[in-house]
Design a binder for this molecule. Structure first.
Ligand code: CTP
Ligand code: MG
Length: 240
């Protein structure tokens, strides 16, 4: 049985505001995407990685991951993150016949420690069909209305920040994304609309329990120029 990782990397990175799509922005001389793929393979428990690339940058992405040879394949991503995940998931399930675990990992969480990746896979293998790495919330969180007026202050002790990789039983994620078991090259993409903001959210909509495991501060998502500065500091040993 094997583990595939799906890496959505097809976003534009509007909040980062770089000249290139976010996944191709370099930290310590390598694109974020390459850091993310390297981490997944370095964990030693992922057999194949499928990257969803921006349509205009497929050639650049293929060249960037060439060093990983047949362990990594590249597909064209979609308009929304969920579309990119579904396209890469379809490709991954066709690449290997015996996939039992699927990880979904944002290219933008490029510095996720291997221990987090292994812990997610181990927890799926131990019987949890859906697993997400999480961190406690350190700030107080307010719920507000459209005018900015505070409606409520949820107890932060019961809140968690969710990271990736999120891990799933392959058949469950296939169902969550509306990919038929007999799906093949000739079948059209599913028209199931993807409303959740993360992959576990889709599974929750199916009524399936989602297990949390400890995440890590280094698994932060590079979203803004500040995050990029943090990433640079992390790799040059000035932050930890
Ligand atoms: N993503 C994707 N396909 C999309 C949109 C996003 O594969 N159509 C990926 C991004 O490349 C990223 C991950 O989903 O690795 C998380 O999304 P986010 O951090 O929001 O990245 P962007 O959408 O690129 O950034 P922004 O929202 O600032 O434009
Ligand atoms: Mg986005």
């Amino acid at each position: 049985m094997s583990v595939i990782a799906v890496v959505p990397a097809a976003g534009r990175g509007e909040r980062l505001g770089a000249q290139v799509p976010k996944a191709l922005v370099e930290v310590a001389g390598e694109p974020l995407l390459v850091h993310a793929v390297h981490g997944l393979l370095a964990a030693g428990c992922v057999d194949h990685v499928v990257v969803a690339a921006p349509a205009a940058e497929v050639g650049v992405v293929v060249a960037a991951v060439r060093r990983f040879e047949s362990q990594v394949s590249v597909v064209v991503g979609g308009a929304e993150r969920g579309d990119s995940v579904r396209l890469a998931l379809r490709a991954g399930l066709r690449t290997l016949a015996d996939v039992d675990v699927v990880l979904v990992h944002d290219a933008a969480r490029a510095f996720t420690p291997v221990e987090v990746i292994r812990s997610v896979v181990d927890t799926v293998r131990a019987g949890s069909a859906a697993v997400v790495p999480v961190l406690p919330v350190s700030d107080t969180v307010k719920q507000v209305d459209a005018t900015g007026l505070v409606i409520a202050t949820p107890d932060r002790a019961g809140l968690r920040i969710v990271q990736t990789p999120q891990g799933f039983d392959a058949a469950l994620l296939r169902r969550a994304y509306g990919i038929a078991p007999e799906d093949d090259e000739s079948s059209p993409p599913s028209s199931v609309s993807i409303q959740a903001t993360d992959d576990a959210g889709l599974v929750e909509q199916l009524g399936v329990p989602v297990q949390t495991v400890p995440g890590h501060s280094h698994a932060f998502k590079v979203t803004t120029p500040f995050d990029l500065a943090v990433a640079d500091a992390l790799l040059t040993g000035q932050a930890g």
